[in-house]
Design a protein around this ligand. Structure first.
Ligand code: FES
Ligand code: FES
Length: 245
């Protein structure tokens, strides 16, 4: 019984030392083996072939943007918004939702407003695209841009390029006699002279502003339409005429 108890630790110590040395030897030998294998493999394999950039599926498209022609190679699935921002460095159009729900990406296509996040760039060939960068004439701002500044039509400014493009289109729609969902008499759509606050709000309802600068935005459109908008103080004090509300 006593011999059996002593035999076990001796055998275990010998086994442990043997295993430990084997493991240590493996650690020392392993890098050598790996290096040898790598060296052999390097000799056996052909030199790496340079990988060409993935252009499969790209097609050439020429876009007319802000009066200039831009020819580029893009995949058919790329949106106009991503093309403007990522390929043409026209970052004025903003990506808010990327799902057609906020209006931050609004641009003008053939004079009509469009959510550029919902438009495929390849489908815009031959159309005239105007972004916020194309509204000013040199140093002279577009009247709607001027009005947004005068009426404090923005706070953080993220939605503002889309709001301005939509407002430019809105005023053009009024000039063309377009009715809205709330126009009471379709045979008599509003004119610039009688464009109501309610019509402006309805027609800009597809452009959201997280800063809630809506009073200033509506006032800016009123100014651009030739009206005298109520003062900010009157709006705050609630003494402004609630025209069309
Ligand atoms: S980013 Fe296009 S509608 Fe929101
Ligand atoms: S000004 Fe900030 S989101 Fe409209």
């Amino acid at each position: 019984m006593e011999n059996q108890e002593k035999a076990v630790p001796k055998a275990s110590r010998r086994k442990f030392l043997s295993q430990a040395l084997t493991a240590a030897g493996s650690v020392v030998v392993a890098p050598t083996l790996i290096e040898s294998a790598t060296a052999i493999g390097a000799e056996a394999l052909p030199p790496p072939v340079p990988v060409a950039p993935s252009v499969a599926g790209e097609i050439s498209v020429t876009l007319h943007i802000n009066g200039a022609k831009k020819t580029l190679s893009i995949e058919p699935r790329v949106t106009l918004l991503d093309t403007l921002r990522e390929r043409l460095e026209l970052t004025g159009s903003k990506k808010g939702c990327d799902h057609g729900q906020c209006g931050a990406c609004t641009v003008l296509i053939d004079g009509q407003r469009a959510y550029s996040c919902l438009c495929l760039a390849v489908m815009q060939e031959g159309k005239e695209i105007v972004t916020i960068e194309g509204l000013a004439k040199g140093e002279v701002l577009h009247p709607v841009q001027e009005a947004f500044i005068h009426q404090d039509g923005f706070q953080c400014g993220y939605c503002t390029p889309g709001q301005i493009c939509a407002s430019v289109a809105l005023l053009d729609e009024i000039k063309r006699g377009c009715a809205s969902a709330i126009t009471p008499d379709l045979s008599s759509p509003p004119q610039l002279s009688n464009l109501s606050e309610a019509e402006i709000k309805e027609r800009l309802s597809g452009n959201l502003c997280r800063c809630s600068a809506y009073n200033g935005i509506v006032a800016a459109v009123q100014q651009a339409a030739g009206h005298t908008p109520p003062s900010a103080a009157a709006l705050v004090l609630g003494t402004a005429t609630k025209e069309g509300a």
